[in-house]
Design a protein around this ligand. Structure first.
Ligand code: ATP
Ligand code: MG
Length: 418
């Protein structure tokens, strides 16, 4: 019977166990220790997770792809059902299936039965809604028990990342931990040091926590709405003066967790009606094509790929030839900044809150530890650096720091147990 740390992310998931005295992430798919938080329900009833789920969808297998499932926690959608193959399934059960499969894979990879878990959680699943936040954690707690865990406790994701970082420092410091993921951005200010690492109670070392429900998927949405959706009719006029094509379709299509809503027969019928009354029906034809062929995730992935490419290139193409001959979009870094700069500023604004909570000035922060995929966005990094200009920047294990830290926390809380 073993302990583990589980980082169920909006975009990627990891699970760590203790080997010797160190946290080691289990191999969850092929040779990878990270697995995309994606699940594909084939029409014939087969269910795939991770990269294989995404590949099946991209290859055109008939079925439904689900991503960003964590975003549904704490919202009313969690108990809503969606049509997957012949049946309707609740989002809650989809998450349970996914996490159950991850647990089984980790058990296979490590040869151990996993019984006790420290589960990661963002500082806020939902902004300014303590009840929804509690409900989100309760849902994860119930799911964890249902899939076979006995002891289930939670730790904030940035605190977990701090524990991972603490293993590499030689002297005491006050660190700002920034975990900028797919769905949330979280910050903690923590007193760290080799002498503190083994202490049983670290609560006095945690000086502040704050977070906001903004992550990479929101950057994808804003980029899509700014650059791609106008090519599909977003912002175009209806024949009746003063009216635009309804914007809700474009918001749903640009938002990972609501793409599947577009495939409800009622929505498709409505869009066809809108086409009749649109002043530029050729644009709506493109929308109809994407919805009819259920290619919403393909579009979202192309936007995400372009965003990622801009981390080390100046320009990126979004290939749209498959929608209409000759159609394409290109984005440059300035476009990315103009469409998502506000999000970066809103993320960095949480640092001020943390400093106030901790009663510290920006200059009191010795180091900033960066983790999470979205720290690769240059304007996000710059916004964070600007808030604590004198701090040393430390790049952590982008996709593994939280999972390893949760595993260290499991060792501290439960002991080795096997
Ligand atoms: N090189 C890159 N440049 C920009 N963004 C990137 C890059 N690589 C990954 N991302 C983005 O990082 C996000 C995923 O990061 P990560 O795996 O840390 O999130 P997560 O842990 O699943 O989410 P959360 O912690 O918010 O629940 C995605 O939105 C992805 O597009
Ligand atoms: Mg994360």
């Amino acid at each position: 019977m073993s302990i583990c740390g589980l980082d169920f992310g909006t975009s990627n998931t990891t699970l760590g166990t203790i080997e010797g005295h160190a946290p080691v992430l289990a191999v969850l798919e092929a040779e990878y220790t990270t697995i995309p938080s994606a699940i594909f329900y084939e029409v014939d009833g087969a269910v795939l997770i991770g990269r294989r789920a995404i590949e099946a969808y991209v290859d055109g297998a008939p079925g439904r792809l689900m991503r960003s499932l964590k975003s549904v926690l704490g919202t009313s959608l969690i108990d809503e059902t969606t049509r997957l193959g012949r049946e309707r399934t609740s989002f809650r059960d989809v998450i349970a299936y996914y996490l159950g499969a991850v647990k089984r894979r980790a058990e296979q990879a490590t040869g151990r039965e996993l019984r006790d878990v420290v589960h990661g959680r963002p500082v806020h699943f939902v902004d300014n809604a303590p009840d929804a936040d509690r409900k989100a954690e309760q849902t994860l707690q119930q799911i964890a028990r249902e899939i076979g865990f006995d002891d289930v406790t939670f730790q904030f994701e940035p605190i977990a990342a701090a524990l991972d970082y603490e293993r590499q420092i030689a002297s005491e410091e006050v660190a700002l931990i920034a975990d900028i993921g797919g769905g949330t951005s979280d910050f903690s200010i923590v007193r760290l040091g080799p002498a503190r690492h083994g202490k049983a109670d670290r609560s006095a070392d945690i000086l502040a926590n704050d977070g906001v429900r903004i992550g990479g998927t929101d950057f994808d949405r804003q980029l899509s709405l700014g650059v791609v959706m106008p090519l599909f009719g977003f912002g175009s006029a209806m024949k009746r003066a003063g009216l635009d094509v309804p914007s809700s379709y474009f918001h749903d299509l640009a938002t990972w967790s609501s793409i599947n809503r577009m495939y409800e027969p009622r929505v498709i019928a409505d869009i066809r009606q809108v086409r009749q009354e649109a002043s530029e029906p050729a644009l709506i034809d493109r929308l109809v094509r994407v919805v009819d062929e259920q290619r919403g995730h393909t579009l979202a992935m192309e936007v995400e790929d372009a965003k990622i490419a801009l981390s080390d290139q100046r320009r990126a193409d979004i290939p749209l030839e498959w929608v209409a001959p000759g159609l394409s979009a290109a984005i440059g870094r300035p476009d990315l900044v103009s469409h998502t700069g506000q999000l970066a500023d809103r993320i960095a604004a949480r640092i001020k809150n943390c400093l106030t909570q901790a009663r510290l000035a920006a200059d009191d922060i010795d180091a900033v530890f960066l983790t999470g995929g979205s720290v690769r966005l240059a304007h996000v990094r710059n916004a964070i650096k600007k808030a604590v200009p004198s701090a040393r920047i430390v790049d952590g294990d982008t996709f593994g720091a939280v999972g390893k830290g949760l595993t260290l926390e499991a060792l501290r809380r439960y002991g080795p147990r096997d």
